[in-house]
Design a protein around this ligand. Structure first.
Ligand code: SAH
Ligand code: DHB
Ligand code: MG
Length: 215
C-alpha cells in the first residue's frame, strides 16, 4: 500500500472554501443554528456543519431508527442525528455535564425533537448498560472522553445490528493518535477494534471520523 505522502496533491480546504461548501450543502435551519450557538462557559467543540451533515446522510443511508450518541454537548450533532431518524425512530444521547444536558434539551425541543431524543445525564460507561433493553441499535456515534473510546466502541459492536454503523469523531486524537499515552492507546485500540469487526474507514475530515459497518 502506498504511503500517504506518495500521492500527489495539496490541501485545498481553505477557510473561504469551507465556508462556501458549508453554506451550499449544509446550511442551517433555525433548529441547527440555535444548537450551533454554544453559550459562554461551554466549549465550542461541536462537529462542523459539513461533518454534522455527513453524519446525517450516513444515518439515512443506513435507514437508522435506533441511535445512541455518547457526548451531547448542547445538541448540535444530536439535531443532525435526529433529523436523519427513520419514522418512529429514537435517539438516546448521553452527556456527563448536567448543564450541557439542560442546554441541549432546550435546543432539541426548539428544533422539534423533544419526543424523539432522550438526553441522559451521566458517564457513558454507566449509562450505556441502561440502554441495552433497546438493542440492537442501528448506529452509535462516539464523541465524548477519548480515553474511553475503546470501551464505547466495544459496547457499540456488541449492541449494533449487522449492517449498523459505528462512528467516532476526533479519531486523529488532535494529532496525538500515535502518542504513548492512555488516550493514544485507547484511540488506537478503538481503530483496530472497528477495523477487525466492521468494513471501515477513517474518513479524512479535519478531526478524523471513523466509520464502520458492522459485519
Ligand atoms: N457531539 C457534540 C460534541 C460533544 S463534545 C456535538 O458535535 O455537538 C464532548 C461532550 O462529551 C462534552 O459535552 C462533555 O461534557 C461530554 N463528556 C465528557 N466525558 C463524558 C463521559 N464520560 N460520558 C459522557 N459524556 C462525556
Ligand atoms: C474536544 C472534544 C471534541 O469532541 C472535539 O470534537 C473537539 C475538541 C476537546 O475535548 O478538546
Ligand atoms: Mg468531537
Amino acid at each position: 500500500m502506498a504511503d500517504s505522502d506518495t500521492r500527489a496533491g495539496e490541501r485545498h480546504a481553505t477557510v473561504p472554501i469551507l465556508d462556501y461548501v458549508n453554506r451550499v450543502h449544509a446550511a442551517h435551519d433555525a433548529g441547527l443554528a440555535r444548537a450551533f450557538e454554544v453559550p459562554d462557559g461551554i466549549p465550542a467543540i461541536q462537529v462542523s456543519p459539513s461533518d454534522g451533515k455527513l453524519l446525517e446522510l450516513l444515518l439515512r443511508l443506513a435507514g437508522a431508527a435506533k441511535v445512541v450518541e455518547v457526548g451531547t454537548l448542547v445538541g448540535y450533532s444530536a439535531v443532525h442525528l435526529a433529523r436523519a431518524l427513520a419514522p418512529g425512530g429514537h435517539l438516546w444521547s448521553i452527556e456527563f455535564d448536567p448543564h450541557h444536558a439542560e442546554v441541549a434539551r432546550g435546543n432539541l425541543a426548539a428544533a422539534g425533537f423533544a419526543d424523539r431524543v432522550t438526553v441522559l445525564v451521566g458517564a457513558g460507561r454507566d449509562v450505556l448498560p441502561t440502554l441495552e433493553s433497546h438493542a440492537p441499535f442501528d448506529a452509535v456515534f462516539i464523541d465524548a472522553d477519548k480515553v474511553n473510546y475503546h470501551h464505547y466502541g466495544k459496547w457499540a459492536i456488541d449492541h449494533l445490528r449487522r449492517g449498523g454503523l459505528v462512528l467516532g469523531d476526533n479519531a486523529y486524537l488532535f494529532g496525538e493518535l500515535l502518542h504513548d499515552t492512555d488516550r493514544g492507546h485507547a484511540m488506537r485500540s478503538f481503530h483496530e477494534l472497528v477495523a477487525a469487526s466492521c468494513d471501515s474507514v477513517c474518513a479524512t475530515t479535519p478531526e478524523g471520523l471513523v466509520i464502520g459497518i458492522k459485519r
